[in-house]
Design a binder for this molecule. Structure first.
Ligand code: FAD
Length: 416
């Protein structure tokens, strides 16, 4: 079914009887050429591009819960390509270009909204670093502009400009950045993959990997054994757990990250704003709620919920940046499990097990990467060569000393 305004009108006039489920609910087959473990954004996008761009068939996505139950449905929905390093910037700009056409491509309303992001700076040194970042962005074809304090006073008068400790001196803006409806992204890719024959199998947890003579030949699941030609792992917060089934130990730790939403307010926040002197970022949803977050909880966990000290820490950041947030009531908060890599950058690579491929280490930046990550992983699975924008994301970079340390703050997950 093609979605369109006309279709909505037709269904409205005929009692909404024509809508169909967005995807089938098939039973698993005994063998697939490609098995993707993980029905989050990255797994679904991988299956979609494998079928659509690389013309592959006989593909399954195995998801232990329901599609979109992981971080893809838990993040704060920010998309941007304001990275500095050569290993990162072209990849995230590629992702941004895919975002810009995503809804037309998948014929699904994922509410991609290029409402901009502003990273605030508070010192002269930080301004220089942001100017450098902006120049690097422009080199890879992205947009960037430096805003003065006067510009910001016009755009966001509610900010605490004259805070004695963290005066706001200006900001780096990317106008093409913004937000997208996170679960709508999962549903759009799922529907697109299903339409191209991909079997999306929910409630199907992978519990083991069958490896013979150094080659993976299938996976054990809660719905029985499934044979596989190639297996791609895209399980985000469960990366270490799933890869241990193949005897692998990853340079990744799992940590909780929380997000928060306030009661609905009138339109206030112009796009996404990030605090440069602490870890706090905020946007406003189309329903009016302020959507914000900050640091990870700082201890290893597989629980999809966080603890109160970080709630306090995040809200302190919010109060320092925009004291009026103290008048808003917090509506809800939740957590997701982040796959924190030791340099803050992802891994998209083959493994030394023939036919086993890995995609993970997204830390808390993987939502914006969803389209490019899916595309690059599909490229790797289909051609056995890395996509041109993802060549830095090799597993062995930690052993070889070629880390992609975007923030330059050291190999500690609690500093990223
Ligand atoms: C609170 C929060 C805020 C965030 N904010 C942002 C943001 O603003 N911008 C941004 O770019 N990123 C953000 N992120 C990060 C982003 O959400 C993740 O990096 C990204 O979603 C991870 O990729 P994914 O969508 O494939 O993960 P997931 O949706 O977690 O997908 C992995 C899937 O694998 C499944 N799985 C696990 N184990 C197995 C198994 N054994 N068998 C079968 N299936 C299995 C899980 O059930 C899950 O559905 C945020 C994350 C959180 C939690």
């Amino acid at each position: 079914m093609k979605f369109s305004g006309l279709r909505v009108i037709k269904e409205a006039l005929t009692g909404h009887k024509g809508w169909k489920p967005l995807w089938r609910d098939p039973a698993p087959k005994s063998h697939y050429d490609f098995v993707i473990i993980g029905g989050g954004g990255h797994g679904l996008a991988t299956a979609y591009y494998l079928a659509k761009v690389f013309g592959k068939a006989n593909i399954a996505v195995l998801e232990k819960g329901w599609l979109g139950s992981g971080n893809i449905g838990r993040n704060t929905t920010i998309i941007r390509s304001n990275y500095l390093l050569p290993g990162n910037q072209p990849f995230y700009e590629f992702s941004m270009k895919l975002w810009e056409n995503l809804e037309q491509e998948t014929n699904f309303n994922s509410m991609v909204s290029q409402r901009s992001i502003i990273n605030l700076f508070h010192t002269d040194g930080q301004r220089d670093a942001y100017r450098r970042r902006g120049n690097a962005m422009k080199f890879s074809g992205a947009d960037a502009e430096l805003l003065s304090q006067e510009d910001l006073r016009q755009l966001a008068p509610f900010l605490n400009f004259d805070n004695a400790r963290f005066p706001i001196k200006g900001g780096l803006r990317q106008l093409r950045a913004g937000t997208a409806r996170h679960d709508g992204v999962a549903w759009g890719y799922a529907r697109g993959a299903d339409m191209r024959g991909v079997d999306l199998i929910q409630n199907c947890e992978v519990t083991g990997m069958k490896i013979e003579g150094g080659k993976i030949i299938g996976v054990e699941t809660t719905r029985g054994y499934i044979g596989a030609g190639k297996v791609g792992v895209a399980v985000a917060g469960s990366s270490s757990r799933v890869m241990s089934m193949a005897g692998k130990r990853l340079p990744i730790e799992s940590h909780v990250l929380q997000a928060f939403v306030s009661e609905g307010l009138k339109p206030t926040i112009p796009g996404v704003i990030t605090f440069g002197a602490g870890h706090f970022y905020v946007s406003q949803s189309d329903k009016g709620g302020l959507v914000f977050g900050g640091d990870i909880d700082g201890y290893n966990s597989y629980a999809q919920r966080g603890n109160l000290p970080v709630v306090e820490d995040v809200l302190e950041g919010g109060m320092a940046l925009m004291p009026m947030i103290g008048r808003a009531r917090l509506l809800r908060s939740w957590g997701g499990v982040m796959d924190m890599s030791m340099d803050g950058s992802p891994i998209i690579d083959r493994t030394d097990v023939d036919g086993l491929y890995f995609n993970g280490g997204w830390c808390y930046g993987g939502f914006k990467a969803t389209p490019a990550s899916g595309y690059a992983f599909a490229h790797l699975l289909a051609t056995d060569t890395p996509h041109e924008t993802a060549t830095a994301y090799r597993m062995d970079r930690f052993a070889r000393g070629y880390v992609v340390d975007e923030k330059g703050v050291g190999a500690q997950p609690n500093l990223h």
